[in-house]
Design a protein around this ligand. Structure first.
Ligand code: GDP
Ligand code: ZN
Length: 354
């Protein structure tokens, strides 16, 4: 497999140089399990583990390899597994809070160029859900593109497209039918060789149908992956990174499909660019647009220049964000307390006996 086809670039080449001189090879993570990774390289796919050093130096889950990551790999001919020595700098990353009570981010997918935010033009049509996905997309560094799927069902497609364009300012909106193939050719610019794409959207909007359409075949639920394995064993895994017939790389991880917010104020401001711009006219810099005097955002709603639902979505996502921030703060405090406890305990231990 040519590395270019997997999305290898000259800036990655540069970042990799020192590792290359040390005898490591570049590869792209196609599946990530706990402590075990599938990595695609020039000469096939390896099963790999991270080195003890990488594990030791990781500040949190986000420093471990994720699907879509480029890594520096040491193949170990004759041994069962290769070793991941480093994760190359990411161009983009989708984060979500890790399972459990902590708010440490976890990387769902890395180095995605374009993320297709899919919505269905059926009874379930709801631009508010796309607003949420947009926050996540802007936050990731990938460029969002909205797909309105199920165009074949008819209905007022133009009105819905306008509604969606209002919910996603500055974002291209394409009307498609994954089932029939209508409008799919408009996606070609995003699907050039070496580009990486991902799909985001609620269940039932047609993501699997679209994946099959892009693959030009029905994707098997599990596909056999040949790995370098001394004992000639074959591991069967569902690959989460595949090269499409047209040349683009598709990252399709189950985790990415179920959206959970991990975002910052900047992500919110980008997704709600219209609100952010209006807010510049508010009397107070920290205006929450909740009834403060001189609020330009509320004034725009009253004047019919901004949809009220849009302001409500903004409020809702902002509240969620605050909640996450508070939790992250608490987590930090807890970690600090635990550290001090450990230090005190160690100090007690070393105290000379009286
Ligand atoms: P996912 O949950 O997002 O992966 O959605 P699926 O791909 O499983 O599709 C959900 C349902 O919508 C299935 O019954 C599909 O056949 C149907 N569907 C998907 N794309 C289209 C389309 O373009 N037109 C119509 N009419 N139905 C579609
Ligand atoms: Zn305001």
């Amino acid at each position: 497999m040519e590395l270019d086809r997997l999305g290898w670039t000259s800036s990655l080449e540069e970042a990799f140089e020192a590792f290359g001189s040390a005898g490591l090879i570049p590869g792209r993570v196609s599946a990530a399990h706990t402590h075990l990774y599938h990595v695609l390289t020039r000469d096939g796919e390896w099963l790999a583990e991270v080195t003890g050093r990488l594990r030791h130096e990781a500040r949190g889950p986000e420093d471990f390899p994720a699907v879509g990551d480029w890594v520096a790999l040491r193949p170990r001919p004759g041994e069962e597994r290769a070793q991941v020595h480093a994760v190359l700098p990411r161009k983009s990353a989708f984060l979500r809070k890790a399972a459990g009570s902590t708010t440490e981010p976890q990387v769902l997918a890395a180095n995605v160029d374009t993320v297709f935010l899919v919505a269905g033009l059926d009874g379930d049509f709801n631009p508010r859900r796309i607003e949420r996905a947009l926050v996540l997309a802007w936050e990731s560094g990938a460029s969002p593109v909205v797909l309105l799927n199920k165009a074949d069902l008819g209905g007022d497609v133009d009105a819905r497209r306008l509604e969606m364009e209002a919910a996603a300012p500055g974002v291209s909106v394409h009307v498609v039918s994954a089932r029939r193939g209508d409008g799919i050719e408009a996606l070609e610019p995003y699907l050039a060789s070496g580009r990486t794409v991902a799909l985001l959207g609620s269940s039932g909007v047609g993501k699997s149908t679209l994946v099959n359409r892009l693959l030009g075949e029905d994707r098997q639920p599990t596909s056999e992956v040949r790995s370098h394995d001394q004992r000639g064993r074959h591991t069967t895994t569902y690959r989460e990174l595949v090269v499409l017939p047209g040349g683009a790389v598709l990252v399709d991880t189950p985790g990415l499909r179920e959206i959970q917010l991990w975002a910052t104020e900047e992500g919110l401001a980008s997704a709600f660019d219209d609100v952010a711009r209006l807010a510049e006219g508010c009397r107070f810099r920290d205006c929450r647009h909740g009834g403060e005097p001189g609020c330009a955002v509320r004034a725009a709603v009253v004047a019919g220049e901004l949809a009220e639902e849009r302001l409500l979505s903004h409020h809702k996502l902002q509240a969620e964000l605050r909640h996450l921030e508070v939790k992250a703060d608490l987590g930090l405090q807890r970690a600090q307390k635990a550290r001090w406890r450990a230090i005190h305990k160690a100090a007690r231990h070393h105290r000379p006996r009286e």
